[in-house]
Design a protein around this ligand. Structure first.
Ligand code: SAH
Length: 242
C-alpha cells in the first residue's frame, strides 16, 4: 500500500488537513498510510537537542546531521522509496513528479525547520530536495502536506468516479478550462450556451480553446513547453502557436 513516512519535529501536525475530506476518507478506509516520526526521538544527548548554531556564523539554528541521519536510518525505508527533503532550494514540484511519486510505493519526506539542515546529511543519505514554490515557509510540514495531498488524490480508488485527472490543469501541459454549474443565471451572468447545448464535440472544442487561451495569457512558460508532453498524454488540439 502507498505510504508516506514523514520525519518532523512536530508530528502532532499530522494528519492535520490530510485527515479531512478526500485524503482523510481515503486514509480512514485504508487506501493509503501515513506515518509521522519525531526527529527528536533520535537525539542522543540528555537535552535531546536536534539543532546547533551554523558553522561560519549567522542567524538561527541548523538541524544536526547526526540526529537527522539517525532518524532517517531508524525509519528503515526500503531502497525503492524516494527520499525527499522539502526545501526552498529544491527542484520545483510539478504534476509530472507528483504522478511519479504517486505511482510508487510512497516517499520518505524530511521536513526542515530553523535555517535548514546540515548539508552532509543531504549528501550522505542522498536526499532529493523538492520545493513547492519560490517563497519561504517556516517549516517543511506544510510543504510535505501539499505534496502528499497531490499524490493521494491520484491513488487508485481515491477520486472514485471523478475523472482520473486527465482533463485537469497541467495534465496536458495546459491550465484547466473554466467550470460552471447551476443556477443558469447568476447576477445576470449566464453559463456559456455551448455547455448546455448537449453537443459533446462542441463542448470539448470550446474547453480546449479556453484552456489554450488561458494558458497562453497566464502561463506563457507552460504554453511554450506544452509540446514536451509525457507519454500517454494527449496533445491539445485546435491550438495555434501565438
Ligand atoms: N534558510 C533556508 C530556509 C529555511 S525555511 C533557505 O533560505 O533556504 C525552514 C524549512 O522550511 C526548510 O528547511 C524546508 O524544509 C521548509 N521550506 C521552506 N520553504 C519551502 C518551500 N518553498 N518548499 C519546500 N519546503 C520549504
Amino acid at each position: 500500500m502507498w505510504r508516506a513516512t514523514v520525519l518532523t519535529l512536530f508530528p502532532d501536525m499530522f494528519p492535520g488537513p490530510l485527515g479531512i475530506s478526500l485524503a482523510g476518507k481515503a486514509l480512514t478506509s485504508g487506501l493509503w498510510q501515513l506515518e509521522a516520526r519525531d526527529i527528536r526521538n533520535s537525539a542522543t544527548d540528555k537535552h535531546r537537542s536536534v539543532d546547533d548554531t551554523p558553522a561560519g556564523g549567522g542567524p538561527g539554528m541548523v538541524l544536526r546531521a547526526d540526529v537527522l541521519a539517525a532518524a532517517i536510518d531508524a525509519a528503515n525505508i526500503s531502497p525503492d522509496r524516494p527520499r525527499l527533503l522539502m526545501s526552498p532550494r529544491g527542484t520545483p514540484l510539478t504534476q509530472a513528479r507528483v504522478a511519479e511519486i504517486a505511482a510508487g510505493s510512497g516517499p520518505l519526506i524530511v521536513c526542515g525547520r530553523f535555517e535548514g539542515i546540515d548539508q552532509r546529511v543531504i549528501d550522505a543519505r542522498n536526499l532529493e530536495e523538492i520545493s513547492i514554490g519560490d517563497y519561504v515557509l517556516s517549516g517543511g510540514e506544510i510543504a510535505a502536506m501539499a505534496l502528499i495531498d497531490a499524490c493521494v488524490r491520484l491513488l487508485p480508488g481515491v477520486m472514485g468516479k471523478m475523472a482520473s485527472g486527465e482533463d485537469e490543469s497541467f495534465s496536458a501541459g495546459l491550465l484547466e478550462y473554466p467550470q460552471y454549474t447551476r443556477p443558469q443565471a447568476f447576477e445576470g451572468r449566464l453559463i456559456p450556451e455551448v455547455l448546455t447545448s448537449g453537443d459533446h464535440a462542441k463542448v470539448a472544442d470550446w474547453r480546449r480553446e479556453q484552456a489554450g487561451n488561458l494558458t497562453k495569457s497566464r502561463r506563457p512558460d507552460l504554453y511554450a513547453a506544452r509540446g514536451a508532453l509525457e507519454p500517454g498524454q494527449k496533445p491539445p488540439k485546435n491550438t495555434t502557436d501565438g
